[in-house]
Design a protein around this ligand. Structure first.
Ligand code: HEM
Length: 443
């Protein structure tokens, strides 16, 4: 990733980064690769993580991915997400209650991930992981997930190494010894075990006759003859369970963390946002519908700018060049060439986003945002665009809007800006955690 980042900084439109790897900084090329009905498949060099390689996220075959996505898609439509309003509101209310109780020394980086996880696990298994109840927002499996991200970096450089270690330790050594041999693998297994037992427990309930579940997995436990779809295998279910939690947790959590960080750094922006929120939320604890927040221009501008800064997935989202090869910018690339495009490169383009490293929500309030929108892809685009985008957008509005309306907040002593510097392990991983205090507003 270090090498990748420094190559990015060259900012040439086309850079060969390895014997078979070519990276781009050209929006037309991006749009040809990440489009609907693309022939560029996800690259199996990269989408082959030991705990997720049979998930929808890591399905590389284009036809198979289409079918796997189709099974999930109805559960993430705008209408479906709208029906989740009560669930989301109740989790956000509990999150705010926990913030109020803690008051100080709050690890908001982890708290926000706990919020998103409790939402997605309730929707996935009808049973929340109850991460928000953890006294310091640090349940063991979350620490395990952080370790899993660390292993993602190793996976990039030495594919297969982590798989082998994890396979041997996970299958042949009792769990109590695994942590002693390798604390990192022990933590990773805590996370993956938590997800797999949740989905298998749900499958057992379903096959025992409980058919009225409204969760994203319920329709995947048996063959669907009408749609010509086979039931998922246990391995596919487990890998989907791990990857949907992972996909929905860190991305949404990071965007919210950045929003709160920059709102502390820019009190004038926070003041403007609060004024807008007061217009629709009469008192710090009053209710507000997600739809109302979704239509507040300044709140949405703050969210957009935070997504631009957290990039969604800043890693290069590798794709394989299809049979027959492809020609980009006058260069012919043979079939099998791995093409790379990072949202980071486009989100920091200085021509499109002047002063690109300035967090400035008002840049989104100009009349014509067409060019910025063209370069804005936190959720990726085309056939493999984020499935959870509508859910993520609703969570971002509710969590940020209600948090800012309810609390004054600031950095804890000892917190440093450098804690928010990040490296890319597919998602951004910050050096430290955002530690804040929060106090309920008087009016
Ligand atoms: C701010 C929040 C989010 C951002 C920025 C985001 C971003 C992304 C990006 C960039 C991708 C493409 C990854 C790739 O090509 O490898 C992706 C895929 C995906 N996301 Fe999200 N995501 C967010 C929230 C969520 C949520 C809440 C869920 C719900 C479970 C979710 C589920 C997925 C899934 C299943 C995929 C794989 C789609 C496929 O491979 O076809 N995401 N997301």
């Amino acid at each position: 990733m270090v090498i990748w980042s420094s190559l990015q900084s060259l900012r040439g439109p086309i850079v060969r980064t390895g014997p078979r790897h070519v990276s781009f900084n050209d929006i037309e090329v991006y749009n040809q690769i990440y489009k609907v009905n693309t022939k560029f498949s996800k690259s199996s060099d990269f989408y082959n993580h030991p705990s997720a390689n049979e998930s929808v996220v890591e399905t590389v075959d284009i036809k198979e991915a289409h079918a796997r996505r189709a099974a999930f898609a109805p559960y993430f439509s705008k209408t479906a997400v709208h029906k989740l309003e009560d669930l989301m509101q109740s989790k956000v209310t509990f999150f705010l209650t926990r913030i109020q109780e803690l008051g100080t020394n709050i690890n908001i980086s982890r708290g926000l991930r706990c919020l998103t996880v409790d939402i997605i696990t309730t929707y996935s298994y009808e049973e929340s992981f109850n991460a928000l109840s953890d006294p310091t927002f640090s349940p063991g499996w979350l620490l395990g997930f952080e370790s899993l991200l660390d292993t993602t970096a190793i996976q990039n450089f030495a594919p297969g190494t982590v798989a082998t270690i994890e396979y041997v330790l996970g299958n042949f050594i009792p769990r109590s010894y695994v942590s002693k041999i390798s604390p990192i693998v022990g933590d990773v297994l805590k996370f993956t075990d938590t997800c797999s037992s949740a989905v298998l427990k749900q499958k057992f309930r379903y096959l025992s006759g409980e058919r009225d579940m409204v969760t994203i997995f319920a329709q995947l436990f048996e063959d669907d003859e009408k749609r010509g779809r086979k039931a998922l295998t246990d391995k596919q279910l487990i890998h989907d369970a791990i990857s949907t939690v992972a996909a929905g947790m860190d991305t949404t959590g990071h965007a919210l963390t950045y929003a709160i960080y920059y709102l502390v750094k820019h009190p004038e922006v926070q003041k403007r946002l609060l004024e807008e929120l007061k217009g629709v939320i009469g008192s710090p604890r009053a209710d507000v519908k997600e739809e109302v927040l979704g239509n507040l221009p300044f709140l949405q501008a703050c969210i957009k700018e935070s997504l631009r800064f957290s990039h969604g997935v800043p890693g290069p989202l590798p794709r394989d060049t299809p049979a027959g090869g492809a020609t980009f910018l006058g260069h012919h690339l043979p079939a099998g060439t791995v093409v790379l495009n990072s949202a980071y490169t486009y989100h920091t383009n200085p021509v499109v986003f002047p002063d690109p490293f300035k967090w400035d929500p008002s840049r989104w309030l100009v009349e014509d945002t067409k060019e910025m929108q063209r370069y804005f892809m936190p959720f990726s685009r085309g056939s493999r665009i984020c499935i959870g985008m509508n859910l993520a957008e609703a969570e971002l509005s509710l969590a940020l809007g209600r948090f800012v309306r309810r609390f004054e907040f600031g950095f804890m002593e000892g917190f440093q800006d450098s804690d928010m510097e990040w490296t890319s392990v597919l998602v951004p991983m910050t050096k430290g955690m955002l530690m804040i205090w929060a106090k309920e507003r008087e009016e």
